[in-house]
Structure formats: C-alpha cells, structure tokens
Design a protein around this ligand. Structure first.
Ligand code: DLL
Length: 434
C-alpha cells in the first residue's frame, strides 16, 4: 500500500520543481544561520542565489563526517536549542560519536518516511510489529517505533537481543512483522530452531523490515525461506535522519525508493568527487531539503551503490537505489586489490553446506597482506569428513581468486563458532598496523 499517494507518486517534473524550491530555501537558511556553511560556500565562491537548477548543485561543497566531528556536539545545528526535541548519536570506530538533533517537525518527517516504509512492506493497522532494532542513541529503535505507531500497527518495543524472549512474544502475541538487522534475523532463527519453534508453522509472521547493514539478495532468499516471510530492505543513516531514507516495496523488492521529496541524492566518483550519470556505481551523496535541526548539504555517505531510474511497477515515482555493496571506507585493499566483504559473501552463500556467518581476517606477514576467510558450516553439517571440507575450502579459494582477484586461505569452522550479533554484524578483522 502507498502511504502518501500524493508525494510518493508525484510526476518527476513536479518532484524536481519541489526539490529545487526546497533546496533554494534551505541554502538561504543555512547561509544565514550556520557559520560553517557560510564559510564553506564563501570559500567555494558560491552564493545561495547561484543555484538556479538542480544541476547547479555540483557547485556546492561536500560535507563530511569529519565536519560533524569537528563541530561536536552542536556546532552544525541550524536552530536554537529550545527547538531541539531529540538527540541521537552514532558511535564511530574511533573517538566521539556523531551527534544529530531533531526539531518537532524533523520527528514528524522521520515518522512520515517510516510510515511509508512499513506501508510499502505491506504492514498496517491490525499488524503487530515486533521492533527488535536497538532503542537508545541508535536511531533504529525509535525511528521504526514512531513510523509503526503512525500506520496504526501495534508496536512491541522489545529492542535488540534477548532472543528467547523475542521468540516467546512472537508466539504468544502473534507478531505479524518484525524489524531488526538482517544478521540478527538469521541468528534469531537459530534460536527458534533450538527452542523447537518452526517459524512457518508456529508463528504468524508475514514480513520483516531489515537494514542498518549491508546484506545480499542471497541472504534475503535465505531469510525468506527460513522464516516464511517477505524480507524487505530499509536504508538510512543517522546523519541524514535515521532509518527510512530509502525503502523497498513488497511488489518488486528491487531497489529501495529514496524519499526524494525530503532528500536529494547524487552518486559521485569517490576519488574525484565528480557527479556520475544515473545507473553508474558510485558513492551516495545526500542533501536534506526539509531538515531543520541539522540540514546537510551534499553529505558524503561513503556507501557505494547505483541508482535505478526506470519507473517501478508499484507506481512510486521516486528513484531507487540498489543494495549497498559496501562502504568506500570499508573497502579493503588487500595486496592492491579492492575487496568488499559483500563480494566474498556472495560466493559463500552459494554453498548450501555453509552458514552465512563469516569473518575476514587480514594480516601482514613481512610486506605481504594475507587474507583468511573463516566461514561456518551450516546446521547439521559436521567437521568429520576432512577430505570433503578440504575440497569445499579449495573451491571457495578458487572462486574468490577468479571472481575478486585476491588469493586467500579459507578456513571452515564448526557451526556456531563465529560470534553472533544483536545489532550490526562485525565481519572484518584487520590486524594490519599501517
Ligand atoms: O543504521 C540507521 C538504520 C537503522 C537504517 C535501522 C536501517 C535500519 P547508522 O548507525 O548511522 O544508521 O549507520 C548508517 O549503516 O551509512 C550504511 O553504511 C549502513 N546501512 C544502513 N542501512 C543499510 C542497508 C543506521 N539497508 C550506515 N544496507 C549507512 C546496507 C546499510 N547498509
């Protein structure tokens, strides 16, 4: 179901007109109110009035995560403190978190785009949504919560983890949908099996809304088969607003519709910053055109994917983004070869004997990088047939070499030896000291 027929199906020419109008308003606003943007635009020699078309956007300077860190905690806020009704933060790998603020209207916008997300997944009033994204500073829990209430679903705010309790409530309350990271969906399934629950028979679930980390279509297939549900992808990042920047529709499940009435998207070459034609793979860059508390202009997400401009069968006119293949800063360079964890995952998930749990361990011996791929056997597969395991490992090593171009060592480990996550999965251990 389409939540907001008017905006979600707006003909492109009207949509672009709306984007330009909102963009110009935003630029005037931040130029007047945020010193950081005023300085940056002055340095780049561009004034708000110079932006006369969407194509002129490429004249605007980029904003980086580092800019948010440099202005920690509230330096980029464009409204006075009295108007901020919520703060969230995302933890970085180093140092201080990235802080984001919301005005009341920002919360409404976020709720609206999450309502669209759930509707597109076929979830609505009468559904019971078990929300297993983490509640707290992470945007996943509360973002999904507000959207689900808005569409009239009964929300169970259970947060992440506590798998046995999750399953008990799923069964007792008759949850019809759930939301969490895709890796947690798989881990929860394992607990279900241990608890003697057959999700297809014993539960009423029909849909899952999974995101916050990259996952492949093969993983989607696996989740759908195991749980007996439609598994939909949802994308977002705290800096832009949180979950709901883009969402998949259950009709097509091919690419996530970007809420373009609130965010302008570009794909760029991450090295040169040059804007790429639609359809080419590059880094996603977003401009928030309705956000009040922290508007971001041409924010560099580091997420790499491509855009789909063909109209979608569902009737929405928003452009779609393909699945994120990785982050340009998660891209590993191993002996000069660019490697995304998702490429390795794609090779691993094709083998039924394996589970989707893996870890890439990178080290350096002398001047040589080494890559070890640890992957688990699937449930019910055992380590006893050594010869068979060797063949399996050799086969994967060969595929990784021919498809990705990097030599590695594959180590197959017992089922359930790689750590499970309740939120975002950790799939890379880089021990190189560079
Ligand atoms: O992960 C917001 C979110 C919560 C999205 C719940 C979806 C569901 P951050 O913690 O700021 O925000 O992390 C943002 O996570 O730049 C991507 O690298 C990654 N990411 C988010 N969704 C997806 C997805 C939330 N569907 C970072 N596919 C982003 C791939 C994703 N990567």
């Amino acid at each position: 179901m389409i939540w907001n027929e008017h905006y979600e199906t707006l003909p492109r020419e009207y949509l672009e007109e709306l984007q330009l109008r909102r963009l110009r308003q935003l630029l005037n606003n931040v130029y007047a109110r945020v010193e950081f943007y005023r300085n940056k635009m002055d340095e780049a020699g561009v004034k708000p009035d110079d932006i006369k078309s969407l194509a002129d956007m490429s004249r605007l300077p980029f904003t980086y995560k580092q800019d948010m860190r440099d202005n920690y905690p509230f330096g980029l806020f464009a409204v006075p403190q009295e108007q901020i009704v919520r703060l969230h933060a995302s933890s970085g790998t180093t140092g201080k978190p990235t802080v984001v603020g919301y005005t009341r209207r920002d919360i409404d916008t976020w709720t609206e785009i999450m309502a669209r997300t759930f509707s597109a997944a076929g979830v609505g009033a009468g559904d019971i949504l078990q929300n297993a994204y983490g509640y707290g500073l992470f945007t996943g829990g509360l973002g999904a919560h507000y959207g689900a209430e808005k569409i009239g679903a009964s929300v169970i705010p259970i947060s992440g983890g506590n798998s046995k309790k999750q399953l008990m409530l799923m069964k007792d309350f008759g949850s019809t949908a759930f939301s969490c990271t895709p890796s947690y969906a798989l881990s929860l399934y394992e607990t279900a099996v241990e608890e003697g629950i057959d999700p297809r028979k014993d539960l009423k679930l029909k849909a899952g809304i999974f995101g916050a980390e990259p996952w492949t279509n093969a993983m989607r297939q696996e989740i759908e088969d195991k749980w007996g549900i439609d598994a939909l992808d949802i994308y977002g990042l705290s800096e832009i607003i949180g979950p709901g920047v883009a969402f998949e529709c259950v009709e097509e499940k091919r690419g996530m519709h970007i809420n373009e009435d609130h965010f302008i998207v570009e794909t760029i070459n991450p090295e040169t910053g040059e804007v790429l034609p639609n359809g080419e793979e590059g880094e996603l860059v977003f401009t928030t055109i309705t956000k009040e508390a922290i508007p971001l202009i041409r924010y560099r997400t580091r997420d790499v994917t491509s855009l789909i401009t063909e109209p979608c069968k569902c009737g929405r006119s928003f452009v779609r983004m393909n699945k994120v293949m990785g982050r340009s800063d998660d891209m590993l360079i191993i002996r000069g070869v660019n490697v995304y964890p998702s490429q390795v995952e794609n090779i691993l998930v094709q083998r039924a004997e394996l589970s989707p749990y893996y870890l890439l361990i990178i080290d350096r011996e002398g001047n040589m990088d080494t890559l070890e791929v640890q992957v688990e056997l699937a449930e019910g597969q055992f380590m006893d047939r050594v010869r068979r395991l060797q063949d399996l490992a050799k086969g994967i090593e060969k595929d990784i070499k021919s498809m990705i171009g990097v030599t590695c060592k594959v180590r197959i480990v017992e089922h359930k030896t790689i750590a499970r996550s309740e939120g975002k999965a950790q799939r890379v251990k880089d021990n190189r000291k560079i």
